[in-house]
Design a protein around this ligand. Structure first.
Ligand code: GTR
Length: 420
């Protein structure tokens, strides 16, 4: 069955190539995530840490995301703004805003971090996520600094010529239920991904990669990091600063992301084991969904529309996904033994919900090495019925989106697995 509706295709018609028919999914065999460099599977947690995980991580670096970017010193630029606020529903919170300089190179970039903290129950666990259009779009609080970075725009949103406007305040707030999460005792932190890599094919020269001394023009090495790796690095640098705050529990920082930023959250959790839990929402191809399963978005489709997201090597696997030395269950396994939550939406067929679930199933052996139950089922769950143990999964009603229902499950899962 060909797609009747496909997402924006950047002028290329991919409808005829998109498979949405389970009966047309080819048989595939996944690479063994427990294998070390000589192909032998490890059988215990120690050997996973010492042998298999580093090897599998290297495969992801080499063929999908590019080399992990180095840590740099972070510092606060200007003053940290702190304000008490009364949120809707009489929820009291403290709002913190800070501009963090990423490195000490003269051309180092900055990122604006926005936090809402509960007034009590400190030090608090944190949900950290990157956003798509600037902090001001995340929540209708007039005190939030308006982003001055390049922002994407389209006819449906109030940004003008890639500049944020007052009218864009709070326009993405449906995806960030601040009041309910703060009243449950979570600290919330966010920053705009475009602060470090503008999300466009020619974004590299204005990205943080420049100050890190990486090539930003011309032919790139096959394992050169792209947008996802740079956003993951931004998350780690924000974490460097967050854990200096006495209000924050450094052992309970959870990285969350939706869609392309869900792919990013998974890679950030793989690169940086200080993230205590990882959450992927509708991350799809290049995120939680298996590349070998030909359903929805493919490696060819994603790398032709978004050539700047992955390392150049990934695009060479278009139409030969079965030759990839790793698959996306490898990425999920990088979270083990920490808690991992993967969320899908039933109408988000482009992201292949079943492929995300099967990826969780295939990643489970990494948790088993630690004596943990992982997902605990091979049966695709009913809609709106979360399942799992150390790996949580749900498929909810509706389309590609990040909704309060999703956050509620992430918070329940965090309460269950990270409670003190
Ligand atoms: C789509 C892309 C997906 C997903 C999504 C998003 O167009 O094909 O892989 O990342 O964008 O990030 O919103």
């Amino acid at each position: 069955m060909a797609a009747s509706i496909v997402p924006f295709l950047g002028g290329v018609s991919l409808a005829a190539e998109t498979n949405y028919d389970e009966a047309a999914v080819r048989q595939y065999t996944l690479p063994d995530i427990l294998a070390g460099p000589d192909g032998t599977a490890v059988t215990n947690a120690e050997a996973w840490r010492e042998i298999a995980r580093p090897h599998q991580f290297k495969l992801l670096e080499t063929f999908v995301y590019g080399r992990r970017l180095p840590a740099v010193p972070v510092s606060v630029t200007g003053k940290v703004d702190r304000a008490d606020c009364m949120l809707a529903g009489n929820v009291t919170a403290e709002r913190i805003q800070a501009t963090i300089k990423l490195g000490d190179a003269p051309d180092a970039l900055t990122t604006d971090v926005l936090l809402y903290l509960p007034k009590s129950a400190r030090p608090a666990p944190v949900f950290l996520h990157l956003n798509f259009r600037g902090n001001h779009a995340e929540y209708p609080d007039p005190g939030i600094r308006l982003s001055t970075a390049w922002v994407p725009d389209n006819k449906a949103t109030p940004e003008v010529e890639h500049v944020a406007t007052e009218a864009s305040r709070g326009t993405s707030s449906r995806g960030w239920p601040v009041e309910s999460l703060v009243s449950r005792g979570f600290c919330l932190a966010t920053a705009y991904c475009g602060d470090v890599f503008p999300d466009r094919a020619d974004g590299r020269p204005s990205s943080a990669l420049k100050s890190l001394g990486r090539p930003v023009e011309g032919t790139l090495p096959p394992d050169e990091p792209g947008g996802i790796a740079t956003w993951a690095w931004q998350l780690s640098r924000i974490l460097d600063w967050l854990i200096t705050l006495p209000e924050v529990d450094p052992t309970r920082v959870i990285v969350v992301g939706h869609s392309r930023l869900g792919k990013t959250a998974l890679w950030a959790g793989a690169c940086d084991e200080r993230f205590a839990m990882v959450v992927s929402n509708d991350s799809g191809c290049g995120g939680a969904a298996l590349s070998r399963r030909n359903f929805g978005e493919t490696v060819g489709a994603i790398t032709s529309r978004f050539p700047h997201w992955f390392c150049p090597a990934f695009a060479t696997y278009a139409d030969r996904e079965t030759e990839l030395p790793c698959d996306q269950h490898t990425l999920l396994a990088m979270t083990a033994p920490r808690p991992l939550y993967v969320a899908s939406a039933v109408d988000d067929r482009w992201a292949d919900p079943r492929g995300e679930f099967l990826s969780c199933v295939a990643a489970e052996p990494a948790w088993k090495l630690f004596g943990l139950d992982g997902l605990g089922t091979r049966e695709y769950p009913a809609i709106n019925t979360p399942v799992g143990h150390s790996i949580g999964y749900h498929v909810r009603t509706g389309r590609h989106d990040l909704l309060p229902y999703d956050w509620q499950q992430f918070a329940d899962f965090a309460d269950r697995l990270l409670s003190k």
